[in-house]
Design a protein around this ligand. Structure first.
Ligand code: GLV
Length: 334
């Protein structure tokens, strides 16, 4: 009977209790190697594939889509879909599922944790304590920076940027933000001011990146941006690595053009263990764990499976990243 079931390609095996019975109705082809994307054993099943379930670091380029004439849905277990050629999916009439909303709080919490860890130098202080360098209470040791009355600049005021601003407002900083569209209501609710990117970079003590990665934001924080920033500035990136030009960041941190950085995302990802950023004591790096709580990841998996099964049943996806796909006839229906 297996051959009657729709084929789905999965780049990652979800824990049994996260998938429940959902996948029993399908001929599931699981990826057998560690490479990213649709590679190895998945390739031979592409012509039959009705669905793809993938992760944020699995590239899904147009070439893969064109080799899958029966593909009805791509379901990404992430809110960001920069790993997928969205335009090609729309062109081919393939809806792309993603998981917005459920990871807003977890990711915002992580961004705030990074900011506090960097500004209060927690990794360094903790390591010194562990290594026996805590010989007395030291009035001038491990001094950090304050949030109260400091200026926090949020780059990208989507759901996550907004949630970060909400959390940080309890620490009583001034909040400014930069966003593509005017956001007077958000500005009012957050007691924040919308400013140009240039003003944000010049004025902020903390620059927090929360924008999606796209053609406009790739490389947004480059050498010129670092030149505008304060020497005392701390950069936090919990969005996507390529928004920041890595080599320019290394130079800015090495030369103390800015004070420090906290990164949950990098370019490339993963960052090789011998990368210069790992050698810097003013850079804290976590391995893209913004959404890594039990509750959040389980919720993301649930939504990703709902998107997948809806697409396989020719129903609208509960969370579709390319809704334009529904505004045109499906090419394969002709
Ligand atoms: C995390 O980075 C996501 O896009 O879900």
């Amino acid at each position: 009977m297996k051959e009657n079931k729709p084929t789905i390609l999965m780049t990652y095996e979800l824990p049994g209790d996260w998938q429940g019975e959902t996948l029993k109705a399908y001929n599931v082809i699981l990826k057998e190697d560690q490479d990213k994307g649709i590679t190895s054993n998945l390739l031979e099943h592409l012509p039959d594939a009705a669905g793809i379930f993938c992760l944020l670091d699995d590239p899904i380029p147009a070439g893969i889509l064109h080799s899958a004439p029966n593909l009805k849905v791509v379901s990404n277990m992430a809110v960001g879909v920069d790993n997928i050629d969205l335009a090609a999916c729309t062109e081919l009439g393939i809806p792309v599922g993603h998981t917005p909303g459920v990871l807003t709080d977890g990711t915002a919490d992580l961004a705030v944790a990074l900011l506090l860890s960097v500004c209060r130098r927690l990794p360094e202080a903790s390591e010194d304590a562990r290594q026996g360098k805590w010989s007395s209470w030291n009035p001038t040791g491990w001094l950090g920076t304050d949030l109260k009355n400091a200026t926090v600049g949020i780059v990208g005021l989507g759901k996550i940027g907004y949630a970060v601003a909400q959390r940080l407002s309890g620490f009583q900083p001034r909040i400014i933000f930069n966003s593509k569209n005017p956001k007077p209501e958000a500005a009012h609710a957050l007691n924040a001011r919308q400013v140009s990117l240039e003003e944000l970079l010049r004025c902020s003590d903390y620059v927090c990146i929360h924008t999606a990665l796209n053609a406009e934001t790739q490389g947004l924080i480059d050498k010129k941006a670092f030149q505008l920033m304060k020497e005392s500035a701390i950069l936090i990136n919990a969005a996507r690595g390529p928004v920041v030009v890595t080599d320019d960041l290394v130079t800015a941190l090495e030369s103390r053009q800015i004070l420090a950085a906290g990164l949950d995302v990098t370019d490339p990802e993963p960052l090789p263990p011998d990368h210069p950023l790992f050698k810097l004591d003013n850079c804290l790096i976590t391995p893209h764990i913004g959404s890594a709580t039990h509750h959040t990841r389980r919720s993301m998996a649930k939504i990703a499976l709902q998107n997948l099964t809806a697409g396989l049943a020719d129903l609208p996806l509960p969370h579709c990243a390319n809704p334009a796909v529904y505004q045109r006839s499906r090419i394969k229906d002709f």
